[in-house]
Design a protein around this ligand. Structure first.
Ligand SMILES: Nc1ncnc2c1ncn2[C@@H]1O[C@H](COP(=O)(O)OP(=O)(O)OP(=O)(O)O)[C@@H](O)[C@H]1O
Ligand SMILES: Nc1ccn([C@H]2C[C@H](O)[C@@H](COP(=O)(O)O)O2)c(=O)n1
Ligand SMILES: [Mg+2]
Length: 220
């Protein structure tokens, strides 16, 4: 069923999924899904690496998956490149398709989905396509000044790590991503992390969230 749905996503980029019949269940119905949100350079990727190491989650970075598409000569490659260069958001059906492919592969049932959902459109597409919601959501709350400083000194050769694109990404974060963060706060699913401090200090705020999740899984 899931593979059929991915195939239909591949064939239709302008898909609008609104009906019950279009929904799918993830392969692992008992999966733990964590969304990891925060502005550009807030430290999402850095903290995800620590969570993987300590708690054995599989890390899916939406940005990394999109960047892989650019270099893999995919049909969406040039559109993704232009969108990222402009600091905008790639259409949800493309990003959700890439995430689903990763959720389907391998045996790990615990996922960190980093940099997704970036907009209400992303969120709604994920919920409708998978028929599921995240168990919880991390938000790395970081002042703009600090985010700009970190991105400009990242030095990984990313085409969007320049001051013009960073300004656009910050605007998009505020207008499109903050409403998603508010949505999960209202649902009681948000864990706000103060993203200022050393990497280890920040991880000490993250650790209890996942420790509690592990404890709950042992009890149930
Ligand atoms: N607590 C910290 N203090 C100082 N620098 C940090 C800290 N955490 C991460 N960094 C550095 O800041 C830069 C951005 O971090 P990272 O790539 O983890 O952010 P991100 O939220 O994934 O950003 P993006 O959304 O752009 O992918 C990296 O060079 C990283 O080494
Ligand atoms: N859900 C997403 C995630 C990322 N993108 C694009 C736009 C971002 O500026 C870029 C880099 O993402 P990052 O590595 O900073 O998480 O990728 C998107 O369109 N939709
Ligand atoms: Mg990142």
């Amino acid at each position: 069923m899931l593979r059929r749905t991915i195939a239909s996503l591949k064939s239709s980029i302008s898909l609008h999924i609104t009906e019950e019949k279009d929904r799918i269940c993830p392969k692992h119905i008992d999966s733990v899904i964590t969304f990891v949100l925060g502005g550009p350079g807030s430290g999402k990727g850095t903290q995800c690496a620590k969570i993987v190491e300590t708690f054995g989650f599989k890390h899916l970075s939406a940005g990394d998956l999109l960047r892989k598409e650019i270099v893999s000569d995919s049909e969406y490659g040039s559109m993704i490149l232009d969108t990222i260069r402009e600091g905008k958001i790639v259409p949800s059906e493309v990003t959700v398709k890439l995430i689903l492919r990763e959720l389907e592969s391998g045996d790990n049932h615990k996922f960190l989905i980093d940099g997704f959902p970036r907009s209400e459109e992303n969120r709604i597409a994920f919920e409708h396509i998978t028929g599921s919601e995240p168990n919880f959501v991390l938000f790395f709350d970081c002042p703009e000044e600090e985010m700009v400083k970190r991105v400009l000194s990242r030095n990984q050769g990313r085409i969007d790590d320049n001051i013009d694109t960073i300004k656009k990404r910050l605007k998009v974060f505020e207008s499109l991503n903050l409403p998603v963060i508010d949505y999960y706060a209202k649902k009681g699913k948000l864990h706000r992390i103060n993203a200022v401090g050393t990497e280890d200090e920040i991880f000490e705020q993250v650790r209890p969230v996942f420790a509690a999740c592990e404890k709950k899984a042992t009890i149930t």
